[in-house]
Write a protein that binds this ligand. Structure first.
Ligand SMILES: [Mg+2]
Length: 416
């Protein structure tokens, strides 16, 4: 059996761990620059607010206090994400982290009769230890587990186990084809036109017909509905994030250029590492600084600059250089900065990169790719324990007492 563990309204649930008064209220989390809605609570969903809806459209609701809108706190979400996945790992022999808030659980060798209890235990741990609600679905394949999880969520059930064949067909018949995992809007339209409306309709088609009509991906989904496990992680089209950001509020106002430069280098390098982990490359890099809103002798400063890269990249060296270059253009001496950050955006799949006209030699990517792989493998695992094993020289900074936000190191601690 395979399980899917999926956190409910993840970003909103994370915010509620910090501020319990948000419980039961309609809450949305906004994207990086507060532009649009990226997460909603159930209460919001009932109000009809959509994912990706521009923030100005809900301004009235926010003003009337019907809705609470929060800026995303992505370092909090990442931190909780790591801990949620740690809990999942405790209960399953093997897990695949699918996204920030979802993991597949390989329950091979565990009898189906034990699964309701295991599901309840996972729910209980996540709620008791982290105050994050999850939903769990168990079935013979990943695709079916996904369907079970969705049904459980709609019915506000913590966990469901699907083994019964009759029940399976009932669920498939009542679920719309566009909700089938891996079916995009385009393919759903094609299916509607072919008279396929529910997942049950699809599963009743002839296998050979499905392969001819929808290709191997369609056939894989069809097989999964017939209890044949055939989607491995390599087949999963992981949804790439739209952007990756790393920002920090400094404990003090900082005027020191060298210190901020090292921070920007660290943030850019860390973003690039996450970019490589998800198999993406980015085309835009943004650096921003914020002065302290409450120390206004010099006025409030919020300079920001974006650079469009010649060719999409995930190379830490290129991204750090680009971001430090941007910092040089926006940094002003004599201003105390309270916050700094890096945003990488326009992210696309690393396997589908269009080489630049001005840098057309594909082998020029090979050396940095190998280098990044080595650095990542040296650093893998060390990140959670604090400082990475290997970093770029531009990330080094003289230790400033009181500025330590977990990244700071002193030259004395650098090993030859
Ligand atoms: Mg979720």
């Amino acid at each position: 059996m395979t399980g899917l563990a999926d956190c409910n309204n993840f970003f909103v649930s994370c915010e509620r761990t910090l501020d319990p008064s948000l419980e039961g209220k309609a809450v949305v989390v906004l994207s990086n620059n507060d532009g649009c809605v990226v997460a909603r609570s159930n209460e919001e969903k009932r109000l009809g607010i959509k994912m990706g809806q521009p923030a100005f459209e809900i301004r009235e609701l926010v003003k009337n206090r019907e809705v609470i809108a929060l800026s995303g706190n992505h370092s909090l979400y990442r931190d909780i994400s790591v801990r949620v996945h740690d809990i999942f790992r405790r209960y399953a022999p093997a897990t695949i982290d699918y996204s920030v808030d979802e993991a597949f659980l390989d329950m091979d060798g565990i009898p189906a009769s034990a699964l309701p209890e295991i599901g309840a235990a996972i729910w209980d741990s996540c709620w008791r230890e982290l105050h994050i609600p999850v939903t769990l679905g168990f079935a013979k394949t990943k695709t079916l587990a996904k369907i079970v999880t969705e049904v459980c969520k709609k019915r506000a059930v913590h966990a469901g186990v699907l083994t019964d064949e009759n029940l399976k067909w009932k669920l498939l018949d009542m679920t719309e084809i566009r909700d089938l995992w891996g079916i995009g809007r385009r393919l759903a339209k094609k299916m509607y036109q072919g008279g396929v409306y529910s997942i049950g309709d699809f599963a009743r088609l002839d296998r050979g017909h499905v392969r001819k009509w929808l290709g191997v991906n369609g056939e894989r989904s069809w097989l999964e509905l017939h209890d044949v496990n055939c989607i491995t992680l390599a087949h999963i089209d992981r949804r790439l994030q739209d952007s990756i950001s790393e920002t920090r509020t400094f404990p003090h106002d900082v005027e020191d250029y060298d210190y901020i430069r090292a921070r920007i280098a660290i943030y850019a390098s860390y973003c690039s590492q996450r970019l490589r982990q998800m198999g993406g490359v980015c085309s835009r890099a943004t650096v921003f600084l914020r002065s302290n809103r409450f120390h206004t002798e010099n006025g409030y400063h919020a300079p920001e600059m974006t650079f469009r890269l010649d060719a999409p990249t995930d190379d830490a060296v290129v991204l750090v250089k680009t971001c430090v270059g941007l910092l040089d253009r926006i940094f002003s001496r004599g201003i105390g900065y309270k916050r700094a950050g890096v945003i990488l955006s326009e992210i696309s799949d690393a396997r589908a990169v269009q080489p630049s006209l001005f840098n057309p030699c594909p082998t020029m990517r090979e050396v940095p790719e190998k280098l990044m792989r080595v650095i990542d493998s040296l650093n893998s695992g060390s990140r959670s324990h604090g400082t990475p094993a290997m970093r770029l020289a531009s990330q080094l900074t003289v230790h400033h007492k009181g500025y330590d936000d977990g990244f700071c190191i002193s030259f004395g601690s650098v090993q030859p």
